[in-house]
Write a protein that binds this ligand. Structure first.
Ligand code: ADP
Ligand code: ADP
Ligand code: MG
Length: 668
């Protein structure tokens, strides 16, 4: 066994690998860029080596610097994590030359599976069911339209070197096939330095289900069952689970066995994942094989009890797998939520900045429920533009899917993140979504369920009542505290704390009264028996647990204009609490009206203007392309929302814009 390994990655996955190495008694070496000098993975490792400036191309992707770091520290093996150098055959080769082990598959397997066109051909030869389509390169736009029509619309246009959902577009007709081909090609060239494009059938009502494999160097290849990853935006995963609510035992076995056959065809060893798209009839088709540890591997670990990183290290050291296919079980249900620094209210566009507050829920197991949080950040960390905007992977494991979902909802409510835009509201809302809870998934779930974009969850009556109670209690406790510290005006403040209050919430007014009797808070609402409400809230806390009518609720509490901002289960409300006299006056105040921005095309994300497709004075039709903005290596086509006349163009290609900067103006 190795005595020291180097982790050629950063963030949560570097921390994750270090944990398993520590458990195995192996010393660890981290590498870091200037941006990561104070990062968690550096603090966790036994040693750390600086490898360059923040851009990945000058640090985490510099194979020679990583090899030099191995030599300098005496690391005998490298774990590449995911992304970066994890699927670079040349890196693997260079390590081999130096006699350093690569904790992953062999060069040949990485090469064969790294290219979507090649891997699809190998899969077909190995008897794996593949997506119908054209297996060769597409030359130009005309060729794209011709092949697409032959395959039959809708089709998926893909980059052969693609990954991370980039360089991929669906087309429903010839015009979209042409535009999609051009966009995918240019995106693939800029993201992967390889602009080869192919086209396959778009599988309708698709579900993304993948098989986790583990193989050793002695010929044993096992499948560790499936994960379903159908909750996606921009063809990228956000929420994953294991097992899949859709598979039956026979389909699972068939997918597992085909995956094993593919792995055997390329002499696979280490952990790997075979991704499939599954249609509504449970027919499954090979998409690609990822020859590395996958982001969502924790859900498999939770249901199988197998530490995948440990197994990868053992296999790389030449050990045999210590278990067989029959030992691989499915125990309970696991869910992973990827917490991203991206704003769900703005079409999930990335957001960057400092985590002014970062308090994950408690990890561990109690009453059969496990909470696990894989992360690489701490409070005060910066989410920078240089790397992936993932903040954490929150997982729950429970005996059943419903229990795992409820545990996730609670863990999300307890997760405090401030300082940057993030997708917690979306994840929370999803956990309550009936279609998700029923397991009726497809990769189009987000687009279908939120056709006009994700917005705040409207509160139901029970939530309004619960939030009103929480607001009354919080205001009361806050009032008592104010009374205690206000000295001279003690009696008046004390009196105010105990007065009846009016809560204004989501267009309702609820009158209530709180008393502090023998250490308990007794709440009186009109027409109801007095009730005791327990809470651990203290002034200044941003998270509180309330015990209301026998149920426990974690609600986020923030001071806001004349009251509180309360958040739970994806509901986000500003609640005002007044004394009755003030409530009367407040009723007379005019409501704030948001400015009308429909006369402008605003830049939806920080980005670079690639092109402007119209001129001043043009009349544009609904759906017509107006401009292309590049952000995070993606080209985003901005289209007209309605018929209009372009009165002014405010930017030119090459300009870099901030969020909400005006790109063009329309005549009214
Ligand atoms: P999966 O593992 O299921 O394929 P993704 O495709 O969402 O999940 O994530 C893998 C991608 O994450 C990589 O292809 C890369 O674009 C990105 N990535 C690379 N390095 C890192 C890193 N250190 N942390 C987070 N993401 C990374
Ligand atoms: P990447 O390398 O970017 O992960 P994949 O080929 O794995 O690319 O596809 C990513 C996602 O795109 C899939 O999970 C699925 O949602 C969607 N997708 C890809 N190919 C198809 C297809 N032929 N039909 C329907 N959806 C597809
Ligand atoms: Mg994929």
């Amino acid at each position: 066994m190795f005595t020291k390994i180097l982790i050629a990655n950063r963030g949560e996955i570097a921390c994750r690998v270090i944990k398993s190495a520590k458990k195995m008694g192996i010393a660890t070496v981290a590498v870091y860029s200037d941006a990561d000098r104070h990062a968690e993975h550096v603090a966790m490792a036994d040693e750390a080596v600086h490898i360059g400036p923040p851009p990945a191309a000058q640090s985490y992707l510099m194979a020679d610097r990583i090899i030099a770091a191995c030599k300098q520290t005496g690391a005998q093996a490298v774990h590449p994590g995911y992304g970066f150098l994890s699927e670079r055959a040349s890196f693997c080769e260079a390590l081999e030359k130096e006699g350093i082990a690569f904790i992953g598959p062999k060069v040949k397997a990485i090469e064969a599976m790294g290219d979507k066109i090649t891997s699809k051909k190998i899969a077909a030869e190995a008897g794996v069911s593949t997506v119908p389509g054209h297996m060769d390169l597409i030359e130009d736009e005309d060729h794209a339209a011709r092949i697409a029509a032959e395959i039959g619309y809708p089709v998926m246009i893909k980059a052969s070197a693609g990954g991370g959902g980039k360089g991929m577009r669906i087309a429903w007709n010839d015009a979209e096939a042409r535009e999609g081909f051009a966009r995918s090609k240019s995106e693939a060239a800029s993201s992967f330095g390889d602009d080869r494009i192919f086209i396959e059938k778009f599988i309708e009502e698709p579900r993304h289900i993948e098989i986790q494999l583990i193989a050793d160097s002695h010929g044993t290849v096992l499948y560790l069952n499936e994960r379903e990853c159908s909750i996606q935006r921009r063809n990228q995963k956000v929420v994953e689970e294991a097992p899949s609510p859709f598979l039956d035992a026979a389909t699972r076995k068939a997918m597992g066995e085909q995956s094993v056959a593919l792995a055997r065809a390329v002499d696979y060893q280490s952990a790997g994942t075979v991704e499939f798209i599954v249609d509504k009839h449970r027919k499954f088709y090979f998409l690609e094989m990822n020859t590395r540890l996958q982001v969502e591997h924790p859900v498999t670990e939770l249901i199988t009890g197998i530490d995948l990183v440990e197994q990868m290290i053992r296999v790389a050291a030449g050990e045999k797998l210590g278990f067989s296919q029959d030992d691989v079980k499915i125990d309970g249900w696991a869910i992973e939520s990827r917490l991203y620094a991206e704003d769900p209210y703005r079409n999930f566009l990335p957001s960057i900045g400092r985590l002014t507050r970062y308090r994950p829920p408690h990890e561990g197991t109690s009453d059969g429920i496990t909470v696990r949080n894989d992360t690489g950040v701490t409070e005060g960390s910066e989410i920078s533009m240089f790397y992936d905007p993932m903040i954490a992977k929150l997982c729950t494991h429970a005996p059943t899917r419903t229990e795992a979902i409820d545990a996730m909802a609670d863990a999300l409510d307890r997760f405090e993140v401030e300082g940057i835009g993030h997708n917690l509201p979306f994840l929370s809302a999803l956990m309550q979504h009936p279609r998700w809870r029923e397991g009726r998934l497809s990769t189009g779930f987000i687009a279908e369920e939120y056709p006009d974009g994700f917005g705040p969850v409207p509160p139901d009556d029970a939530t309004i009542k619960r939030f009103a109670i929480a607001a009354l209690l919080v205001s009361h406790i806050h009032g008592e505290r104010t009374a205690r510290i206000s000295g001279a005006r003690f009696s008046q403040a004390e009196k105010r704390a105990h007065e009846e209050k009016v809560v204004r919430i989501a267009g309702h007014e609820i009158t209530g009264h709180v008393d502090h009797v023998d250490g308990d808070y007794v709440l009186r609402l009109p027409g109801r028996e007095p009730m005791i409400v327990l809470t651990d809230w203290t002034p200044g806390a941003r998270l509180a647990t309330f015990h209301i009518d026998g149920a426990r609720h974690a609600i986020k509490v923030e001071p806001a204009d004349a009251g509180w901002r309360l958040r739970q289960l994806g509901v986000d409300l500003r609640v005002q609490v007044f004394r009755p006299r003030v409530a009367e006056l407040a009723r007379l105040m005019p409501e704030k009206v948001a400015p009308d921005t429909s006369a402008f095309l605003l830049c939806p994300m920080p980005g670079l203007i690639v092109s402007i497709a119209v001129n001043e004075g043009d009349e544009v039709q609904e759906g017509q392309t107006l401009a292309v903005v590049e952000a995070m290596k993606m080209e985003n086509v901005l289209k007209a929302e309605r018929k209009a006349i372009v009165s002014r163009i405010a930017v030119k290609p090459g300009d870099s814009l901030a969020v909400d900067e005006v790109i063009m103006e329309f005549a009214k």
